[in-house]
Design a protein around this ligand. Structure first.
Ligand code: AMP
Ligand code: MG
Length: 334
């Protein structure tokens, strides 16, 4: 889960043109999953729907936060087993995403993340020997699921920080639909979901943050009924001896991913997939991510490279407007 220090990453995407519509709207700020979240819904029952959405976010936080002693994930990490239908369903999906991304998305990195101390007051660079000792316990195949029974192989612990907010975004959108809402924006701090269109029938416009300067954007996406999720190295990091260590770990090395990317945004009809894929794509780098894109075919992406390029997939040709004043070079991936 996201821990202390992640507040600065809370507002990843700026949503434009939220107002200026005839329908009544209601907004609510929620603090859950160590993140400031903003929910906005339109329609006459918007207030009640958002209250239910807030309750759902707190419920999911209490289920999935490995740092909360009573959560199912904390029990699993502590005891090596737990029984939870809901967690089992999420882990089945997470394991499939791990396999789809050739292990780039990896939910068993908890001991490695702990060794680095990301999100604590005392981050540190672990010794090579320490990481080598931890890596054998990393691997989605070390999680077994039988019905609602989940068990971990010895030494293995899970961390759902790379997927929990996407799952929460899916759950909140489903709940809002159940409550009769057909137009809403949920911003879970870097994981944005838009339900339907704006009340006037036009697409939502979502600004994608410039990873080098959070007050600027690299472009604007027009979107309806979709999720837009960004992973970036600026979200949580520390510096030591002039080197920046960030929180997205390459499972092959146990170290901050060095893939040539500074941010990866995934656009997808499913929030859980979008979240896991944004983390995975970041780890994979542009070339491997493009190969994944060609194989999977159900998502689009915008990658920012460490040499100042913005690469975007062909499915965004009509919906992504580059910000030509940003100083980046824009390339559509062929
Ligand atoms: P995100 O911001 O969605 O990319 O998720 C980053 C968070 O996911 C980190 O803070 C860790 O909790 C966790 N994480 C780090 N590296 C990975 C990885 N390779 N696969 C899955 N989760 C990861
Ligand atoms: Mg993610």
């Amino acid at each position: 889960m996201l821990r202390r220090g992640s507040l600065c990453a809370a507002v990843l995407c700026v949503l434009l043109c939220l107002c200026a519509c005839a329908q009544p709207s209601c907004s609510r700020t929620v603090y859950a999953m160590d993140t400031v979240m903003t929910l906005t819904a339109y329609g006459k029952d918007a207030d009640g729907a958002l209250a239910a959405a807030e309750a759902e976010l707190h419920r999911l936080d209490a289920l999935l936060d490995r740092h909360s002693g009573s959560s199912a994930v904390a029990s699993l990490d502590r005891d090596g087993q737990v029984s939870s239908r809901e967690l089992a369903d999420l882990l089945i999906r997470a394991k499939a995403l791990s396999s789809l991304t050739d292990g780039a998305f990896e939910l068993t990195l908890a001991p490695v993340i702990e060794a680095w101390g990301f999100g604590t007051d005392a981050p540190r660079v672990p010794e090579d020997a320490e990481l080598s000792a931890l890596l054998p316990a990393v691997g989605a195949d070390r999680i077994s699921i039988d019905g609602e029974q989940i068990a971990l192989a010895p030494g293995t612990q899970i961390d759902l920080g790379g997927i929990a907010k996407g799952h929460a975004a899916d759950a909140v959108c489903a709940l809002l639909v159940q409550q009769g809402i057909s137009s809403a924006v949920i911003d879970l701090g870097g994981d944005v979901g838009v339900l339907g269109t704006k009340p006037d029938g036009t697409p939502w416009r979502i600004a994608v943050k410039d990873p080098a300067d959070g007050s600027q954007h690299i472009g604007v996406l027009s979107a309806a009924d979709t999720f837009v999720v960004t992973s970036g190295i600026y979200e949580r990091f520390f510096e030591q001896d002039g080197v920046r260590y960030h929180h997205i770990i390459d499972p092959a090395t146990g170290r901050s991913a060095q893939s040539g990317l500074v941010s990866a945004t995934v656009i997808c009809a499913d929030g859980t997939d979008a979240d896991a894929l944004s983390t995975a794509v970041f780890v994979m780098g542009a070339e491997r991510a493009h190969a994944l894109y060609e194989t999977v075919g159900s998502f689009e992406m915008i990658l920012v490279t460490d040499d100042g390029r913005v690469l975007y997939t062909k499915g965004l040709a009509d919906s992504f407007e580059p910000n030509r004043e940003s100083g980046y070079a824009y390339e559509e991936l062929a």
